[in-house]
Design a protein around this ligand. Structure first.
Ligand SMILES: [Zn+2]
Length: 291
């Protein structure tokens, strides 16, 4: 049983740490990289400025961390587009995407729009699945993508590109962590974005994926199916504890990555339990799997 191959291995993507601070991805979209690189955020959070050229307006998708350097960079990129910010959209509530939404909304005097009331704030706007936002001379379609978090949204642009937040990352795979993450919902969301036939995926972290976005989504689905087979195989010999399952599925994992792998494994077990394929047992033990 071999792991599925990542199609991006053969693509000409920038090496980690070499993404440009500001990049025009297409006439509608400028990306500004936030200064918050880490193991979880890769090169940093990608903040996207979206607007029809000549409209004089743009929307900011995922303002990112509330860092004055990042605000200055976003303002400079808006000025270079000769446009003012008219709204802030947020893909999900994690701080590396949403922290600046409240403060920047107040500072710029523009509304924050998101799926969760906590992110949208008192004067904000709650986004509904499927709605089309007419903003900055263009249209953004709200695509529900729960899984990474329950409140996760993607935004489909008029060009066919999709801003996917942390649903898909420019490198590696995304974390679906118990208990906020839901693997069943995540897989449905991957299929939903695939069905849109995106011309490009603009990710919350890492490089933009333009060469064959559908192949990346298929790889993400295959990767999850592979992990699930590994879990079912590890349970074939009888009940195991969750830590024992993590050790079986992720041999040789560095200690600092074990907590994330454990939350991911719990999310995978949650899917199998919901399907009646494993039995939770006392003492953090998971009982035999049915294929
Ligand atoms: Zn993130």
């Amino acid at each position: 049983m071999s792991a599925p191959l990542d199609p991006r291995a053969g693509w000409d993507l920038p090496a980690p740490g070499t993404m440009p601070a500001v990049a025009e991805l297409e006439p509608l979209v400028t990306r500004v990289l936030a200064p918050n690189p880490s193991g979880m955020t890769l090169d940093g959070t990608n903040t996207y400025l979206v607007g029809e050229p000549g409209s004089g307006q743009l929307v900011v998708v995922d303002p990112g961390p509330a860092d004055p350097r990042h605000l200055a960079a976003v303002r400079a990129a808006a000025a270079a587009r000769d446009a003012e910010v008219v709204a802030l959209l947020v893909t999900h509530h994690h701080g590396d995407h949403a922290e600046a939404a409240g403060p920047w909304g107040a500072l710029l005097g523009v509304p924050v729009a998101a799926a969760s009331p906590a992110v949208a704030g008192p004067g904000g706007r709650l986004l509904a699945p499927g709605e089309r936002l007419a903003l900055a001379g263009t249209t953004l379609q709200v695509v529900p993508t729960p899984g990474h978090t329950a409140d996760h949204l993607a935004f489909r642009l008029a060009s066919g590109a999709v801003l996917v937040g942390d649903h898909v990352l420019g490198r590696g795979t995304s974390v679906v962590a118990h208990p906020d993450g839901d693997l069943t919902a995540y897989l449905e969301s991957l299929r939903r974005v695939h069905a849109l036939g995106p011309s490009a995926l603009y990710c919350g972290h890492g490089p933009e994926l333009t060469e064959d976005p559908g192949a990346v989504l298929e790889f993400y689905l295959a990767h999850r199916a592979h992990r699930e087979r590994q879990l079912v195989d590890a349970l074939a010999a009888g009940p195991r504890t969750v830590p024992a399952l993590v050790a079986a599925v992720y041999p040789g994992l560095p200690a600092e990555l074990v907590p994330a792998a454990t939350r991911s494994t719990r999310a995978a077990l949650g899917k199998l339990a919901a399907e009646g394929r494993v039995e939770p047992a006392p003492g953090d033990v998971v009982g035999p799997a049915r294929p």
